[in-house]
Design a binder for this molecule. Structure first.
Ligand code: UTP
Length: 406
């Protein structure tokens, strides 16, 4: 693309400022910039100003398996789950493409050292669990790891350096998620360098499309994998391909299931799995009306209390049916380093809109989703912030409670 065509394209989207430093760039960087402008997808920016537009439909509680019922049927569920793993029908998908800006750690979040006296990373904690399950099932299931172009090389190097944490290297596959532009609060795309528009990971909801576009897609089809356990990197008590969860899901005959924890209080800031006009959905606590948020059943349990912990099982068959459906972009206010007034700007508070596809929007398309209740203290130790709520400190305390040496 030449300069005139680039300017013309930018005018259409009111983004001419991206050429602000063009004159001072050397020729090779000018070409890179023009190439980037040609490729830029401005469509996510159309969601600006539409955030408040969503009308919430009729909400009812999710179909759920409570902790008591799970305990009663544990053995049966586990046998079914282990047999599915052993026959290669289950695989795991780790969502590790995020930037972890709240944690304030510059590397991939999984590399964060959660250990105190020993070299224990978040990845290591999760791989430990994977090895336990694989050993119980007598089979090393596939693990697909989603990274972004920003953290891909670093993540791969870390796994290699750690000897793949003692897991079968041939079963670990990396794939890269797509990027979207980040813009300021006036809708102007930021520059990460004078010749580069700021591109950031497009949220965790693009995992299926990115996975199937990559060479891993072929492994899934060729090996007849039927279930994908999708989980987030930021829970150090995450249980991966949990056979009890998998068995319960298979026996329930559903397309999708989600591990959930009972909300700690009505105001807890966690998404709640429920049904909206009969279809599964995850609703933000702010979207619940007071009479829903505080509603309790005869036993005093909150009616809308299935807090999601980013650990889902998806049926591959159903994903294949809906795979190409487009998901909406959500806007998040985040800190994004950029060029401002000709110099590098490192924000200390959110300065940008990021446009994110969310995994929960895929859940909505699955037709049904079973809530599988687990014990918070044993399975949910999120690492979102450096201190305070859902932080390194709270996660360490929970690890210690679960007998993990730090
Ligand atoms: P978060 O919503 O916490 O986002 O991700 P984040 O980018 O990691 O962190 P903050 O908000 O900037 O502090 C939840 C999960 O989704 C993954 C993350 O790696 C984490 O496992 N994720 C998030 C992706 O894989 N890609 C993304 O684009 C965003």
């Amino acid at each position: 693309m030449d300069y005139a065509s680039a300017l013309c394209r930018l005018k259409e989207y009111k983004q001419e400022h991206l050429l602000r430093y063009y004159d001072e760039l050397p020729q090779d960087k000018r070409e890179i910039l023009l190439g980037e402008i040609e490729k830029l997808d401005f469509s996510p920016l159309e969601s600006i100003g539409r955030e408040g537009e969503r009308k919430v439909g009729n909400l009812t509680p999710a179909d759920a398996l409570g902790a008591e019922e799970i305990a009663k049927n544990r053995q049966k569920y586990e046998e079914v789950g282990l047999s599915a793993i052993k026959s290669g029908k289950a695989a795991a998908v780790l969502l590790a493409g995020g930037q972890g800006s709240r944690l304030g750690f510059s590397g991939p979040k999984g590399m964060y050292k959660i250990g105190i006296d020993r070299d224990l990373s978040i990845f290591a904690c999760q791989m430990e669990n994977i090895k336990q399950v694989a050993s119980k099932a007598g089979y090393n299931f596939h693990l697909f790891i989603m990274t972004s172009t920003i953290n891909d090389a670093c993540t791969r190097e870390f796994f290699a350096e750690k000897g793949y944490f003692g897991y079968d290297k041939s079963k670990i596959h990396f794939f890269v998620q797509d990027l979207t532009p980040a813009c300021d609060f006036d809708g102007k795309v930021l520059l990460s360098e004078k010749h580069l528009p700021a591109l950031v990971p497009n949220g965790n909801g693009g995992w299926y499309v990115s996975l199937m576009k990559s060479s891993s897609g072929e492994i899934i089809s060729k090996e007849g994998i039927e279930w994908l356990n999708v989980y987030g990197v930021d829970n150090v008590l995450q249980r991966i391909c949990d056979p009890v969860f998998l068995g319960a899901t298979i026996l329930a005959g559903v397309n999708c299931s989600s591990k959930v924890v009972a909300k700690s209080c009505p105001e807890e800031n966690v998404g709640v799995l429920c049904k909206e006009d009969g279809a599964p959905t995850v609703i933000e606590y702010t979207e619940l009306k007071d009479e829903q948020r505080y509603a309790r059943d005869e036993k005093g349990k909150l009616i809308f209390d299935a807090g999601v912990i980013l650990n889902y099982l998806f049926s591959v068959k159903k994903l294949e049916e809906i795979g190409n459906a487009s998901l909406p972009y959500h806007i998040a206010r985040k800190k994004v380093e950029c060029i401002k007034d000709g110099a590098r700007f490192i924000p200390d508070k959110p300065n940008a809109y990021k446009f994110e596809l969310l995994a929960v929007d895929l859940v909505k398309l699955m037709g049904n989703c079973l809530a599988f209740e687990v014990e918070r203290e044993r399975e949910f130790a999120p690492v979102k912030n450096a201190t305070g709520v859902d932080s390194v400190e709270t996660a360490r305390a929970l690890l210690i409670k679960n007998g993990v040496e730090l």
